[in-house]
Design a protein around this ligand. Sequence first.
Ligand code: ZN
Length: 193
Amino acid sequence: VGEPVLRNRSRPLRPEEIGSHRIRELIEHMRETLADAPGVGLAAPQIGEPLQRAIIEDKAEYQANLTAEELVERERRPVPFHVLINPEIELLSPPILSFFEGCLSLSGFMAIVPRAQKVRVGAFNEIGELTEIEAEGWYARILQHEIDHLRGTLYIDRMWSRSFSSLDHYNRHWKSKSARELVQEFRPLDGED
Ligand code: ZN
């Protein structure tokens, strides 16, 4: 964070670029970076490329530290690896689901970010096919977070600022709290964001 590429709107890929060797290599590089981190999503600006391209993969093993109840509350289920190129997003519900999230570009911190429960995304995949995704719950959250990156937006622009926490203190105080408790603790006061 602080790197200008994270704050600019990325440029769409041209049709001839989408299936190109160079873009395929960059996708493979992003996939390795995401697995090493590890994380559930990565957008091209996060590796210094101002291009509208992101990848998502939420592996079952990443969910092993959550209880069954936490998985249900977050509506979190495994999402297979896929690529989003030039995505357009439509929120199908208001941004009212509030959970802690983090970002590889702001490592070591977490904050509560209200997000829509359901979204529709149209995007090209890595071989130039137009795909339409309807997603709910945690997958919808990941899509909103990654597509924000392509618009120069970070979660700190949308967070409940009083909830901003170091990862250590998140694990110590907030990780085991229910969504209801967290909303009571951190909901912004009227007129505050
Ligand atoms: Zn991020």
